[in-house]
Ligand binder design. Sequence first.
Ligand code: PHE
Length: 341
Amino acid sequence: MIFIETLKQIHQEINDVKISTVEELELFRLTFLSKNGKIAKLLDEFKLMPKEVKREAGKPLNEVKKLAEEVFKANEGVVKNNQNTQKDIDLTRQASTIALGSTHPITLVRQEIESIFERIGFTISKGPEIEDDWHNFSALNFPEEHPARDMQDTFFIEKSPDWALRTHTSSIQVRVLDKQKPPIRTLAPGRVFRNEAISSRAHCIFHQIEGIYIDKNVSFADMKQTLLYFAKEFFGENAKIRLRPSYFPFTEPSAEMDVYWGLNSEADYRITKGTGWLEVMGCGMIDPAVLESSNIDPKEYSGYAFGMGIERIAMNKFQITDLRMFFENDLRFLNQFISEV
Ligand code: PHE
C-alpha cells in the first residue's frame, strides 16, 4: 500500500535528519511540520482514504507526527546551547572578577552584638533619627533647663526647638515602653548625633545599641550577669568587666561598664588612657519616673537599660585607632573587611 510505504519513508527521513544550527532546525520545521509540510499533506491524504486503510494507517501516521514533533523539540534545546558556545569564544579565558563589596565594620559588630543578645531572648526595635524633645529628653527624666541636657550637645532642627536629631538610642526606650507591656526584652540599634568636635576619639555621628529588660523582680545583679555574658561572648571567655558608679537621669543607680583591655604596649596605654580598662557602655536600673511616664507601675515592675557605642567596640575588636576611618569610605580601609563577611 503506497500510503503506508510513504509513511515508512518519512519516518526514516525524520530519523536520519541531523540538526545543529538554527537554519537546519527551521528547514526541518518547514519540511515536516509546517502547514505545507509533509505531515500536513499526509493528513490531507489520510482524510480521503477508504475506511480499511484508515484503520491500518491511523496509528503509524500518528507516530510519525509525534516523532517529528519530538525531534523538533529535542533539537530546539541543542541549537540554543550551540548558539551560546559559538566557536569564536575563548573558553579558556579567565572570567572577569566581579568586584564584591564588604560589610562595613560597624555593621559586622552590630550584627554580632545583636546575635549575642538574640540568643538570650532579646528582640530588635527601631526608632526615628529625628526625635522630639519628649522622647529624647523629657520622658527620660531630663528636667527642662536641667544641665544634664548639656551632657549631650544637641543638633536642633532649625526654627523648631522641639525637634532634634536624637542624641542617643535611649529615645527608643520610650517608644518601646509606650507600645509594649512587660516583660520587655529588646535591643535598639541606631545612628545618633551630637554636636561635638570631630577627632580621632569623637565624631558628630556615631552608632549605639540600647538594651532594655523590664519584668517583675529584675535586679542590678541580673544586669551585671547579662553584661558579663555579653563581654565573654564578644571579647572571649577570659573577658573581665567592672562597673563604676555614674549618672544618667533615666537610670538609678547608674554605672559605666569597662572591659579589661590590657596594658602591655604603648598603644594599650593610649587606648585605655593608662588604666588598662576600656569604657564600653553606660547602664543602670531604669528610673521609676521613666516607667511611670509610660504608665508602667514601678511597684510591680523593674528593669535595667544599657547603651553602648558601636564604634568604641569596633575600634577595640579590629584595633582601629582613629574613629574617623569609619566615616570616610576609604576603600583601602573597607576592603580589609571583605574576608569577615
Ligand atoms: N544613653 C546613654 C548615653 O548615650 C547611655 C545609657 C543607656 C546609659 C542606657 C544608661 C542606660 O550616654
